[in-house]
Design a protein around this ligand. Structure first.
Ligand SMILES: *Cc1c(COP(=O)(O)O)cnc(C)c1O
Length: 401
């Protein structure tokens, strides 16, 4: 396949090819426009960069290690490096973005933060940085998710956030997002909305990708030191909305010889009706403010997705990924719930690392690649598995997952 050379940034209006843009109700226009006008200028300020870098180092614990996984490599007869986002403070890559956005919000003069969360991972990462900065934090969460994710709800409350249940629709992430948007419309002046992935209206996909791009920036330098070359042959990452993948791919996007592999959640199987493999099942459409691939019915109703991992249980993908899929720059694979669980146990037994269920989808995809001893593979281990122990325990007890 001939791979198109792609650029890292969207155009003026937030388009990556025909995906992206800002499809928002008129009442949100002032908020989004203020952010669009100012985000690049603020992010490029020396003082901003210094504070962001200092916090990533001393608070988050960056750079995250690039670990040569010896026994996993031996199994696939290749060299596999794990980018250890699981070792970050709060246990995943999400904090790279929330640290960046809280600093942005401060410089925009905002005194109140809102966020939406599904499983609570983004809610915890947001509540954490609000505690760090002493800023009011309101997290919208589906009523059903509040019941299912008690430990993360407790963390957010301990961190001082107010967790507001979304009681409409399916009482899950999509409904929490609608509530957050409603809040933002009602509080346009003093509130910043921290979106947790490379989704939403322009400029969110670009600004979240830039904050997460520290992953591939570090990877290049670490690879150079370890192997003599900055470029791997493959980069693999799981995709929910696509923020850890965007960060892991970012500084390799224009290096055509690096194969980029995105792994979606196939749930019970792509065609089972219980899946979240958006590129395989979706069609172009508009979801949460931008044009991308969306899982939808013939008449455009968003289809309820399924994945064992809450972080991948989303019916869309960010517009950058829609573009990478369409242009052929990235290869999209998928792993089922069962394959991800098996990969999680395998990584644990081979390396002593219990991965998040989301990250385990990327590990599972190794089985689908033809790798050899000449290859250098970077796999983004987006998070750790502590939050998934209830699922892993059910597996060990031989129950249904
Ligand atoms: C939220 C989450 C994801 C999925 O989000 P992306 O924006 O696609 O990265 C993946 N892994 C972990 C550990 C998460 O918490």
């Amino acid at each position: 396949m001939i791979k198109e050379r792609v650029s890292t940034s969207p155009d003026e209006r937030g388009y990556y090819g025909k995906f992206g843009g800002a499809f928002i109700p008129e009442m949100l226009y002032p908020n989004v426009e203020e952010l669009r006008r100012r985000y690049l200028e603020i992010m490029h300020e020396a003082a901003f960069q210094m504070e962001y870098r200092d916090l990533l180092r001393d608070y988050v614990g960056r750079p995250s290690p690039l670990y040569l996984a010896g026994r996993l490599s031996a199994k696939y007869n290749t060299r596999i490096y794990l980018k250890r986002e699981d070792l970050n403070h709060t246990g995943a890559h999400k904090i790279n973005n929330t640290i960046g956005q809280i600093l942005l919000a401060q410089r925009l003069g905002k005194r109140r933060i809102i966020a939406e969360t599904g499983a609570g991972q983004h809610g915890v990462a947001t509540a954490t940085v609000c505690a760090l900065k002493g800023i009011e934090c309101i997290v919208y969460m589906g009523e059903k998710d509040i019941e299912r994710q008690a430990p993360n709800v407790a963390r957010m409350k301990m961190l001082g956030a107010k967790v507001v249940p979304a009681t409409s629709g399916s009482k899950t992430l999509k409904d929490a997002t609608n509530e957050a948007i409603r809040d933002w419309i009602n509080n346009p002046v003093d509130t910043h909305y921290i979106i947790g992935s490379v989704v939403g209206p322009h400029p969110y996909p670009d600004l979240v990708a830039r904050f997460q791009s520290v992953i591939s920036e570090e990877t290049r330098a670490q690879l150079k030191e370890k192997t003599g070359s900055e470029l791997p042959t493959h980069v693999i990452a799981c995709v929910g909305g696509g923020s850890n993948a965007a960060g892991a791919f970012y500084h390799f996007l224009e290096e055509g010889e690096v194969e980029l592999i995105a792994v979606e959640a196939a749930g019970h199987g792509i065609h089972s009706g219980m899946s979240a493999a958006t590129t395989q099942l979706g069609k172009p459409g508009i979801l949460h403010g931008s044009r991308s691939y969306v899982m939808q019915t013939e008449d455009g109703q968003v289809v309820e997705p399924h994945s064992i991992s809450a972080g991948l249980d989303y019916p869309g993908i960010g517009p950058l990924h829609a573009y990478l899929f369409d242009s052929g720059r990235a290869t999209f694979l998928s792993a089922t719930d069962d394959e991800a669980v098996a990969a999680a146990f395998e990584l644990t037994r081979l390396e002593g690392i219990i991965p998040a269920l989301e990250s385990a989808h990327a590990v599972a995809a190794l089985d689908q690649l033809q790798l050899n001893e000449q290859d250098t593979v970077v796999l983004c281990l987006s998070g750790r598995g502590d939050k998934d122990m209830a699922t892993y325990m059910r597996v060990m007890e031989g129950g249904n997952i």
